[in-house]
Write a protein that binds this ligand. Structure first.
Ligand code: DGJ
Length: 731
């Protein structure tokens, strides 16, 4: 899986379908290749580079003509000695300088993958086919070591990279930027970059643009991975489609400020990079200290975007998500938020629970408003005392009543924030993130607690455990409803204030690690005003995330489609809500709302007592369908056949992990008068296998389905259907 040929100067990292090559020449690391698998290399690395005079670029010391780091494809570039493109790493040394030149010092290859201390990352289990290459580079003048770690996930076609910077000198230094990954691809002028942008309610919209010369970047300076840009980008060949062509994905396993991008230089070399955002960042390293970057997960596929997504999906389902809920079907839930908002009491909740039980729902979640005097979003955050006007007999009693009806009980919390009007703030005004002496802006009437402080994190751990111990709570929705402002901490000196936003995320991870480890039987769902923190870092602690606050089915089809570029459907919370939809006032049929939601972690978010008899029967069927087939969408392979961004038709095909069942989820949002003919063509089925269409009994070969397809007539407004094809097993 990982080999080093010293004579040729090549590190070769192989996954099942891809190869990644790093060249070592004169102790400098160059990026040689990443793409389709190469069985064997005969040439030396040197013979594979086009060398040319470097005109204005300075030459590397001790390196011959044509090999300036400023024009060569580099593997982990640094600034100023003499590369002048965007560096992977930028350090400020005690003498005020920042030029760095890294030279190879040693390397090791081990079986498995070491843990990243304090950071979420892909993890191994016994028997996993993973090896890790660690290359140590040194700048002797500056007394630093930089360790590049590459864990090769052979079966998942993925490489996980992270970097450790070690201060081996006698003076402190500042880490100004430190990418998790960086590499240069030559001949890239025709490539395109794909990213997932958005805002609240319109998360992970797909954007794809040809590369232009210069830097194209995505980032977040919001303190969280954000609604606005997901920590993901893909470099695509210009002929890359959903099912064909080259796709190179880079995804950061991190929930805070990040930056990633591509710099295309005048020689048409694309430098791709991603890591912690260098903006407003600086991390002091005292002598002997080290800084470990978050992990970047890199996936190459020559089967287009869907091929790349399938690798991410299976890796994240199996080796990012953890705990018992990773491997079991999770409960169908009813959440009271859009049913009642803040206006609820014991009676209303019990009435919803009774109806839920009748439908087959398994978990009732009480959302925001169960504590303090919280009847709007005006305040009362931080204390977490049950509102006895709403629940006079307390939280444990309402949980018992829900349990007695045969449902599990779940609760919403937003532990990272505090209101001015709270005992917690009155007692510890210095515990919120702020700049001393300066008034902080409120977001949704909240201040953010300073999770860069150990004492605040310790307090939160004990308070959250207190809530969890106070009743039989089997599910937690962990929300966070604002971005950072006035970033500062009273607990850190002036020269460490630029570490606060980063340390906040480390503090959050420590809380999540402690709490989720202590309560392995509680299902945690992440949320940040919907999908404001939908990233692999959060999925490491919580196997599902509320995908968006927008519950309209048409919009959800787009948001889920965009999210599935990286993240599996099993990680997306998805609910049937009321019509007219509360955010958009749009009405979609109950069936389409159900068909859109069953792809994710399924639930309802409306007052079930407002449903008519027909809808109740449909809800029972939806729950029954989900219980029977949900696993296909959650553990099978996903192929995006038709995009709701490009047309009115959303089609997603899933092939069950045993390959015996195929599920086709079709949703069409507009009827057209006298519509053109349309065929839905499936993909990747065994051509000579026979499939039986469950609703009609019709028999079709895989070959037929993947060529002629099935006719689709766009006749009904909001047409939606789910087709199941079962492979005929010959005895
Ligand atoms: C934002 C979440 O995304 C919603 O689902 C809901 O929980 C509200 N917060 C409650 O304040």
């Amino acid at each position: 899986m990982i080999t080093f040929d010293g004579e040729k100067g090549i590190f070769k990292l192989d996954t099942e379908d891809s190869s990644y090559l790093i060249a070592l020449y004169n102790n400098v690391l160059y990026h040689l290749y990443w793409g389709k698998k190469i069985p064997e290399i005969k040439r030396s690395a040197d013979a594979m580079f086009s060398l040319k005079g470097s005109s204005f670029s300075a030459l590397d010391i001790g390196v011959k003509w044509g090999r300036s780091a400023d024009i060569m494809p580099m593997e982990y570039p640094t600034y100023g000695a003499p590369d002048l493109r965007t560096p992977a790493m930028h350090l400020r040394y005690a003498n005020g300088s920042s030029a760095t030149a890294l030279r190879y010092s040693s390397h090791t290859v081990i079986k498995g993958k070491p843990k990243l201390y304090g950071l979420p990352a892909t993890y191994t289990e016994r028997g996993d086919n993973v090896e890790t290459l660690s290359i140590t580079l040194t700048d002797e003048f500056n007394n630093i070591d930089v360790v590049l770690n590459y864990s090769v996930w052979y079966d998942y076609n993925a490489i996980a990279r992270s970097t450790i910077i070690k201060n081996k000198g006698k003076e402190p230094l500042s880490v100004l930027s430190a990418c998790s990954t960086s590499f240069d691809i030559t001949d890239a002028a025709s490539f395109e970059m794909l990213n997932l942008y958005g805002v609240w309610g319109r998360e992970r919209t797909i954007e794809r643009m040809p590369l232009r010369h210069g830097i194209q970047m995505i980032d977040s300076k919001r303190g969280s991975s954000s609604h606005n840009q997901n920590p993901f980008l893909a470099l695509l060949s210009n002929n890359c489609t959903e099912l064909t062509g080259d796709a190179y994905g880079i995804n950061l396993v991190f929930s805070g400020n990040f930056a990633g991008g591509v710099e295309l230089d005048g020689y048409n070399t694309a430098r791709v990079f991603m890591g912690v955002n260098p903006f407003d960042f600086g991390y002091k390293l005292a002598p002997g200290e080290e800084f470990t970057t978050p992990e970047a997960v890199m996936v190459y596929s020559n089967q287009g975007l869907s091929g790349m997504s399938r690798s991410y999906h299976s890796l994240y389902r199996n080796r990012i998500c953890r705990g018992k809920f990773r491997d079991i079907e999770r409960p169908v839930l009813i959440n009271n938020w859009e049913a009642t908002y803040y206006d609820f009491n014991e009676e209303k909740i019990i009435n919803i629970a009774k109806k839920a039980k009748e439908i087959g729902i398994e978990l009732l979640v009480i959302d925001d408003g169960w504590f303090g005097e919280r009847n709007s979003d005006a305040g009362y955050m931080g204390d977490w005392n049950v509102n006895i006007k709403k629940f006079p007999r307390g939280l444990s009693n309402i949980a018992e009543q829900i349990n007695a009806l045969g449902l599990k009980f779940g609760l919403w919390i937003e532990p990272e924030v505090v209101s001015y009007d709270s005992d917690l703030y009155r007692l510890h005004p210095d515990w919120c993130m702020h700049i001393k002496g300066r008034k902080s802006c409120l977001g949704r009437n909240e201040l953010i607690l300073d999770l860069s402080r150990e004492d605040v994190c310790d307090y939160l751990i004990s308070r959250i455990c207190g809530i969890l111990d106070s009743a039989n709570i089997e599910y937690i929705k962990w929300d966070m409803n604002r971005n950072m402002s006035e970033i500062g901490s009273e607990a850190l000196p002036a020269d460490k204030q630029s570490e606060v936003a980063y340390r906040y995320v480390l503090g959050l991870y420590r809380i999540l690690e402690t709490v989720t480890a202590k309560y392995p039987n509680v299902l945690f769902e992440g949320c940040s005003g919907g999908g404001g923190r939908f990233d692999a870092g959060m999925l490491y602690y919580m196997p599902q995330i509320w995908t968006s606050d927008v519950t309209d089915a048409e919009e959800r089809l787009k948001i889920q489609y965009g999210t599935s570029i990286v993240y599996p459907f099993s990680s997306m919370g998805a609910h049937v809500a009321a019509v007219p939809n509360h955010q958009l006032k749009r009405s979609t049929p109950f069936s389409m709302r159900g068909n859109a939601a069953v792809m994710g972690q399924f639930g309802y978010e409306l007052d079930l007592n407002m449903l008519n008899a027909e809808e109740i029967e449909m809800a029972k069927l939806q729950v029954g369908f989900y219980k029977k087939y949900g696993h296909i969408m959650h553990t099978g392979d996903c192929y995006r056949i038709s995009s709701p961004f490009d047309s009115d038709l959303s089609v997603i095909q899933f092939i069950a992990s045993d390959k015996n069942t195929v599920l086709l989820n079709i949703c069409c949002k507009q009827a057209l008068p006298n519509a053109p003919f349309k065929r839905i063509v499936l993909t990747d089925l065994e051509s000579d296998a026979v499939y039986v269409r469950e609703d009609t009994g019709e028999q079709l070969t895989g070959g037929e389905l993947c060529t002629i397809g099935i006719p689709f007539v766009n006749g009904d407004e909001h047409f939606s259907n789910i087709l199941i094809f079962n492979k005929l097993i010959k005895n």
